[in-house]
Write a protein that binds this ligand. Structure first.
Ligand code: ADP
Length: 228
């Protein structure tokens, strides 16, 4: 769950990146966030991750009130969110399996759990055959699947995908969104930032359009899939 109430963000340079934004994304929703460069999309994501604080207004994410969240609670809070980056950010010297297991090792998860959980999330993204491959042996689409498995491994309430198809061949972009939709069907809330209007038109669903720090459109539209 993500809720912003009358949130404004003004950077120290005086730029108003978000201007009195109110927004609610319920548990289990899938929402696309669209908007041109400089619109305020990254600022919105940074707020949700508590990388920056609102200048005014309130931000609630997964039952944490970020305005009052203590610094020492931030790691615990961040573990309720999985993040998928445009440029994958896999560790080149680690295999697919190790890249994903690493997330659980750093939080000291039991070895037995890791041995069960990692193959499970690898199978969810359809990469069983590639468990022992290194990132440079995979296509962009496959690397992004690994990154999605890594985001999933902690069983987060919310996944934020920031331009996840930006470095992928257009025809494979649909598969990545299909995968995220499948994960959403299992209950994980998904917020996907994208520039790709064709993708949004194809899939439809909730579209939040930010322009100059304001939400100018927030509605559910039908996708191409729904038309026939
Ligand atoms: P988007 O992600 O939609 O491209 P941003 O959230 O990055 O937009 O930026 C929104 C506005 O805030 C822009 O005018 C941008 O130049 C400004 N901005 C972003 N980050 C900073 C920062 N750290 N300091 C000052 N201004 C910033």
């Amino acid at each position: 769950m993500v809720e912003l109430k009358n949130v404004s963000v003004t950077y120290s340079t005086g730029v108003d990146a978000l201007n009195n934004v109110s927004l609610k994304i319920n548990d289990g929703e899938f929402a696309f966030v669209v908007g041109s460069s400089g619109a305020g999309k990254s600022t919105l994501i940074k707020l949700i991750l508590k990388e920056i604080d609102a200048t005014s207004g309130a931000v609630m994410v997964n039952d944490y009130n970020l305005s009052t969240l203590k610094r020492k609670k931030i790691p615990e809070f961040r573990r309720t969110i999985g993040f998928v980056f445009q440029d994958f950010r896999l560790i080149p010297s680690m295999t697919v399996y190790e890249n994903i297991a690493f997330v659980l090792r750093v939080i000291d998860a039991p070895k037995k759990y890791i041995r069960k959980r990692v193959p499970y999330v690898i199978s969810l993204v359809g990469l069983q055959e590639k468990s022992n491959s290194y990132p440079n042996q995979l296509s962009g689409g496959e690397q992004q699947r690994v990154a999605i498995a890594r985001a999933l491994v902690n069983d987060p309430q919310l996944i934020i995908a920031d331009e996840p198809t930006g470095n992928i061949d257009p025809e494979l972009s649909y598969e990545i969104v299909d995968l995220l939709k499948g994960i959403n069907d299992c209950g994980t809330t998904i917020l996907m930032v994208t520039h790709e209007h064709d993708l949004v038109r194809h899939f439809g669903g909730r579209i939040i359009n930010i322009d100059s720090g304001e939400i100018v459109f927030d509605e559910v539209i039908g996708g191409v899939n729904d038309e026939d």
